[in-house]
Design a protein around this ligand. Structure first.
Ligand SMILES: [Zn+2]
Ligand SMILES: [Zn+2]
Length: 274
């Protein structure tokens, strides 16, 4: 498996081949391994949105409020200070996020980093951070996969923002349930008490940029943020590449997963980050 990944990675450097999402020939091989139309297929999340959790607004009334907050953020539902995602988790973005695991598509990582950095620079003062922390996997899953997707996503933006990255600040102490989580309640329950700060790590007064691949219900970012704040963090900001549409977040079910590949990671065997 490792050898195959290495060979794939090498091959993609030597033979820059077709678009890795749709298979069309690439006109510009030196750039990222996605064609222009696949890149255009990303549905970027733009205002109006909840100023706290970044949930896109569909109603003009909510968007025009003095302080546009969603129903959940009006009651301080989340423990993080704010969260944003680059784009909607559609098929094109699903494939692109999977590609990030190949070292040879580091350029794609840089491409996403540029988007995330631009997104944060729109409100640079509010997003001021001291350190970047990727959401960790539990040890067994990390071993099984050989990498942490969130860490791969977090590295290029950290470099771009000139911030240190602390992949060991958080640990996942409770294994993720092997089955797909059907309801919103189950998702929240599965991450309760699942994270801890690593021994000897100083979190005091830090403003932390927490990075993950996908935001579904916000339960993961919330659980990590709760732990970081308890350890003394001054602020926690969540950033993800993708965000599941809110009407889908409550519907991520086994039936849904069978119908659409969007909700099942082909390499991981079931499930999807929460
Ligand atoms: Zn394409
Ligand atoms: Zn909100």
């Amino acid at each position: 498996m490792l050898l195959k990944n290495a060979l794939d990675a090498l091959a993609s450097v030597l033979f820059p081949g077709p678009c890795r999402v749709c298979g069309e020939a690439l006109t510009n091989a030196s750039r990222i391994p996605l064609c222009e139309s696949c890149l255009a297929g990303f549905e970027e999340i733009v205002p109006p949105m909840c100023t706290c959790c970044g949930r896109p607004f569909h109603s003009q009334v909510a968007a025009e409020a003095a302080q546009p907050l969603c129903r959940l953020c009006r009651v301080n539902y989340y423990s993080f200070d704010r969260a944003r995602s680059f784009a909607v988790y559609n098929d094109a973005l699903f494939e692109a996020v999977l590609l990030l695991k190949y070292e040879a598509v580091g350029r794609l990582g840089n491409w996403f980093a540029a988007r995330l950095a631009t997104m944060l620079s729109r409100e640079a003062v509010e997003w001021r951070a001291d350190v970047v922390v990727p959401v960790p996997l539990d040890r067994a899953r990390r071993r099984e996969r050989g990498y942490n997707q969130a860490e791969l996503i977090a590295r290029p933006p950290a470099k771009r923002l000139n911030l240190p990255i602390e992949p060991r600040m958080l640990v996942r102490t409770k294994a993720r349930p092997p089955q797909l989580l059907v309801s919103r309640g189950e998702r929240w329950k599965s991450v309760r008490g699942a994270y801890a700060t690593n021994e000897g790590v100083d979190v005091d007064n830090l403003r932390i940029l927490l990075v993950d691949d996908v935001l579904t219900t916000g339960a993961t970012l919330d659980a990590c943020s709760r732990v970081l704040k308890k350890a003394g963090a001054a602020a926690v900001f969540g950033v993800t590449v993708a965000r599941v549409r809110s009407w889908q977040a409550g519907l991520v079910s086994v039936a849904g997963a069978q119908k659409s590949r969007v909700h099942v990671k082909p390499d991981g065997g079931g499930g999807h980050p929460i």
